[in-house]
Design a protein around this ligand. Structure first.
Ligand code: OYP
Length: 577
């Protein structure tokens, strides 16, 4: 097996020799002329190998590689990973095309129950639970907190101007003697607003137009029932053809309205929370680190394990998933121009602040929400990661001055802000590092995003998307305009067809399943650090992760729906899928 990212490397004939032993050293710590020269040539080489490219304007820049085959060997999947990746995908697609055939040959596809005929329930207890409970309002609310996209929900202090909900309309959803105004004041009203979807061009698949809406959904933290949706408007502009759907409406109308919200959820979840805010953000750290930090640099040693395989999976994503004739174009409503426009809109408003969990929860006003496991676990993990990187930074930087003077580190942050996150004046990350604290926050963001945040969004995708009506990838009919006209035929004509549904199940299974060669958070297999003090810091981190593991397991005991996506042993050390 080829070791990735060695400290020193040379060739004897065709045989690659590598040494990774050695104490981590910043530029100022390395004094011998020969070693300084080595750092310089290593970086020159790396900058030739790893180049920035603009794959599309208005999103983070990425590594210059047409396909994964253009990547240097060090950045490629190893054989085992590649063959597993390719086999699992073929297996899933083949298995599902067989199911598809049996339905095309004769059997009907006219009722929600028919989704069971293609459904793989054996593969996940949560997916099966989802199939049995997806229609229930509490389950809809639960998914805002602990589903695959737990960062959409925000507190609502004042009703949005474009959502003309009156207290009367939602009175029936309220507990006891309270009313909408009181609950707004008490902080028990929440909002899902998909304004970002407004006007996104929709895909045409095999000649059939697909549809996109831009819903607003009001939720209520009910004292007995938990978080429940209480009103849904499917477009941003109110009007006669844009009714406000309520739980007291005809059941199929309310159900279809919720499905439309969940359809927006699919797009925002996959393209914004997952692809943009984890994969593409981490790729920027990855390319900058490879270009600007020599392998003996302590920050290189710290980050390298969290960057494994990310370049290759992202290249595969660009060529096979979001490309002009990729999976999105073939089965998803935002396929074609839509997905890029959507990602560009999000990128414009992406802030450094919003990828730091403490600020994210605070800015969304969600600290009062009970049973928000994603939030509780994220905060514990952030703490552990932050204290780990702080101890490491303190070993190699004695003062803020040391940070300011580390020219390699300064070139690294400049590469991140000026080459990676270009066109982003309000991102909020300065191009200079002036203190140890700033450095620690940035490192914690890089590690948290490539581990915990990716696990929280990626790992549940089969669980929450396998039952297709719960999170449909496309809609084949426009949103309903008349509450009393919603029929089962209309619902079935709207939801993804058999073949789109099969692809949704296959891909989400392929990406969401546990990876056979996974390296869990905090396990450092490549011995980048060798000095005792650094190894102690790693050990302490692992002890903290064990404690979090225990805490989460105890908390989950006896729960009907467990939240284990942020169990440290199930979080991968880097984005590899
Ligand atoms: C790369 O058909 C990736 O060969 C997934 O991309 C699938 C393939 C290749 C194979 C496609 C093929 C992973 C990186 C990424 C990401 C984040 C976004 C994931 C979105 C998943 C959407 C599922 C779509 C279901 C219809």
């Amino acid at each position: 097996k080829v070791l990735t990212f060695p400290c020193y490397r040379w060739f004897v004939g065709d045989v690659k020799m590598e040494i990774r032993e050695g104490t981590a050293k910043t530029l100022t710590g390395d004094s011998a002329l020969q070693l300084l020269e080595h750092r310089r040539t290593e970086l020159q080489e790396r900058q030739k190998t790893y180049r920035w490219v603009t794959w599309a304007p208005g999103i983070p820049r990425c590594v210059d590689a047409e396909t994964e085959a253009d990547l240097p060997q060090d950045a490629r999947f190893d054989n085992e990973k590649r063959s597993d990746f390719e086999h699992s995908l073929h297996y899933a697609l083949l298995e599902l095309s067989l199911k598809k055939l049996t339905i095309w040959f004769g059997k009907s596809w006219d009722d929600l129950e028919d989704f069971k005929r293609i459904f793989w329930k054996l593969k996940s207890p949560i997916a099966e639970y989802c199939m049995n409970h997806w229609k229930e309002d509490w389950f809809f609310g639960y998914q805002c907190l602990n589903g695959s996209n737990p960062r959409m929900i925000q507190r609502c202090k004042k009703l949005p101007e474009n959502l003309p909900v009156t207290a009367d309309m939602v009175q029936r959803s309220m507990a006891g003697r309270t009313n909408l105004n009181k609950e707004l004041k008490a902080g028990n009203i929440y909002l899902l607003d998909y304004a970002i979807m407004d006007g996104i061009p929709s895909n045409t698949i095999k000649g059939h137009p697909q549809y996109i809406a831009a819903p607003i959904c009001l939720l209520y933290q009910h004292p007995d029932e938990g978080l429940i949706p209480i009103a849904i408007q499917l477009e941003q502009t109110p009007g006669r053809d844009t009714p406000i759907f309520l739980p007291s409406d005809p059941p199929l109308a309310w159900l279809l309205a919720k499905m439309w919200v969940r359809h927006s959820e699919f797009q925002v979840f996959q393209l914004l929370s997952h692809l943009l805010r984890t994969h593409l953000v981490v790729e920027v750290f990855c390319v900058a680190t490879l270009r600007q930090l020599p392998a003996v640099h302590p920050i290189y040693k710290l980050l390298a394990p969290h960057l494994r395989y990310t370049l290759e999976i992202n290249c595969r994503g660009r060529t096979q998933l979001i490309s002009a004739n990729g999976i999105f174009k073939r089965v998803v409503s935002t396929g074609g121009d839509g997905l890029l426009i959507l990602a560009q809109r999000e990128y414009k408003v992406l802030t450094y602040r919003s990828i730091q969990p403490l600020y994210d929860f605070c800015d969304r006003g969600v600290s009062q929400l009970p049973n928000y496991f994603y939030k509780d676990h994220s905060l514990m993990l952030w703490e552990a990661i932050h204290s780990f990187v702080s101890s490491m930074v303190n070993l190699y930087y004695q003062s803020d001055h040391d940070v300011q003077e580390d020219l390699e580190l300064q070139a690294w942050i400049r590469d991140i802000t000026e080459e990676g996150f270009t066109e982003l004046p309000n991102f909020g990350l300065p191009s200079k590092l002036s203190s140890r604290e700033e450095l620690c926050t940035l490192l914690a963001v890089a590690i948290f995003t490539s581990t915990a945040q990716h696990a929280a969004t990626n790992n549940g995708q089969f669980d929450w998307c396998a039952w297709v009506p719960n999170t449909p990838c496309t809609m084949r009919q426009p949103p309903p305009t008349d509450k009393d006209a919603v029929t089962m035929d209309m619902i079935m004509a709207t939801l993804p067809d058999v073949s789109q549904s099969c692809v949704q199940m296959a891909i989400t299974w392929h990406l969401g399943r546990a990876q056979p060669d996974a390296i869990p958070l905090g396990r450092y297999t490549e011995d980048h650090f060798t000095e005792a003090k650094a190894l102690e810091v790693i050990d302490r981190f692992r002890v903290e992760l064990k404690e979090i593991e225990k805490h989460i397991l105890t908390e989950n005991e006896g729960l009907e729906l467990q939240y284990l996506f942020l169990l440290p042993s199930r979080i991968e050390n880097s984005i590899t899928i």
